[in-house]
Design a protein around this ligand. Structure first.
Ligand code: DQA
Length: 147
């Protein structure tokens, strides 16, 4: 059983970028915490971060047939990317959409998501605890597809 964690653009700067919005926890901390959480839940975690839309599309395509659930923070691509949406639908892997900040309390252009109507769940505003919540949910409650 495998969960793929995807972080989009600028999330490599987590912990140092606008800490009043995104907090002080780094992406490395998030990923190592997620790995130990996954192993304690008996699931395998793969992690991927990219600032490039096409690289994220490629990684989602690679997951076809070997990943059971995706947890994705698409970053700013949340509000722009039909291509990433199509990739997720194309591989037919259930996914949780996650945002560190409460996007609904921010600028109006962050209120729309190209993913929210297809996600199993949407988490926002929990800070980096959102990753813990999403991975716990994916490990315990998302059904294994195709295996
Ligand atoms: C974000 C919210 C997006 O609007 C923003 O572009 C990000 C991060 C979040 O985690 O809160 O890069 O996805």
């Amino acid at each position: 059983r495998t969960i793929l964690l995807i972080n989009g653009p600028n999330l490599n700067l987590l912990g140092t970028r606008e800490p009043h919005i995104y907090g002080g926890t780094t992406l490395a901390d998030v990923v190592s915490e997620a790995e130990s959480q996954a192993s304690s839940l008996g699931v395998f975690l793969q992690s991927f971060q990219s600032n490039h839309e096409g690289a994220i599309v490629d990684r989602i395509q690679e997951a076809r047939g070997n990943v059971d659930a995706i947890v994705i923070n698409p970053g700013a691509f949340t509000h722009t990317s039909v291509a990433i949406r199509d990739a997720l639908l194309g591989v037919d892997i259930p996914f949780v959409e996650l945002h560190v900040s409460n996007v609904h309390a921010r600028e109006p252009f962050r209120h729309h998501s190209y993913f929210q109507d297809k996600a199993v769940a949407v988490i926002c505003g929990l800070g980096t605890y959102g990753y813990t919540a999403a991975i716990g949910f994916a490990a315990k409650h998302m059904k294994i597809k195709g295996k």
